[in-house]
Design a protein around this ligand. Sequence first.
Ligand SMILES: NC(=O)c1ccc[n+]([C@@H]2O[C@H](COP(=O)([O-])OP(=O)(O)OC[C@H]3O[C@@H](n4cnc5c(N)ncnc54)[C@H](O)[C@@H]3O)[C@@H](O)[C@H]2O)c1
Length: 333
Amino acid sequence: MPTEDATYTVLVTWTDLAEPGPSMLRDAGCDVVFLTETKDKAEVDKLLGTCEIDAVISRTIELDADALRSCPSLKVISKHGVGVNNIDVDAATALCIPVTNTPGANSQSVAELTLGLMITAARRIPWLHDHVKHGRWRRVQDGYQLGGQTLGLVGLGQVGRRVATAARALGMAVAVFDPAIAEDDAPPGVRVCGELTDVLRMANVLSLHVPLTDGTRGLIGREQIDLLPDGSIIVNTSRGPVIHEPALVDALRSGKLRAAGLDTTAIEPIRPDDPLLELENVFITPHIGGSTTASASAVAAAAAENLLAVLRGAAVQLDRQVNPEVFDARGRA
Ligand SMILES: NC(=O)c1ccc[n+]([C@@H]2O[C@H](COP(=O)([O-])OP(=O)(O)OC[C@H]3O[C@@H](n4cnc5c(N)ncnc54)[C@H](O)[C@@H]3O)[C@@H](O)[C@H]2O)c1
């Protein structure tokens, strides 16, 4: 429960928030309320409906229109992360509640995992590790060298850019499709293609860095995989449904694809009977691309900063405004 002498009451829709988030909020005179162990929507709904909450730091629990309408004191929703699909942004906008997010704060960590999955898929590191652990010293000679190959990127935003730069450093050619990116807006040495098919035709490694939208759901299906050179690798640290999974499984089984490295799957957690789990050429991590202590701190700090800016009537930078229609031209809500 909120205490009585705080200036503002901030609800974090999770059981914790990495430092320096809580310190920033408390230093600013806020009372910070966390969920109990339940981490469920019912608790969020109850707190919003019964307490004078001024601001929410939103993790993954849904904030629907009813919940927002039940809390007339609510002045800002600060998303901890980028994807706001758990928040009814239209309802927030209709209620003139500014919504902010934290683009870029975890991109370095996601980019690093992408590189990790790419190398893992190319060199089968977990498979070899398992063999060594079980007493088998198998010096297989079938590793795939990335230097000299072409990396195809779909999406050149915060993560894609970092992956592109790292891949160039490995000696890979990089080609990208992103309708929002002009030729001269790409990192040095990165070729911008006008069509997705152009990238697919040359991608020995294809890596996905797009948001999940109606336009990207199933973007990589059977037809797109067929265009890849034989023996390509697919890496996905964006969102599972961007790939049509049955097509991915078939291509991995047939050898059309050499391997895949996935941090996200269509259904999360992945089901124990998912065919992807039976394939030796698939390497999966449980959606932990952004899960480093550095990234948790950066995201928490950015979320607290956005929230305090709104409460203090200060400007929020444009790329952190999710519903710019409720901010003025100077970025104040
Ligand atoms: N695995 C994780 O833990 C993790 C963490 C953070 C983000 N992500 C995912 O990674 C994605 C990329 O993150 P980001 O920070 O780079 O996002 P971003 O918004 O900075 O960049 C996304 C880019 O995709 C482009 N794009 C949109 N639709 C496209 C399409 N149909 N074809 C080609 N390009 C298209 C956009 O123009 C934009 O440049 C996020 O949307 C999120 O789904 C995953």
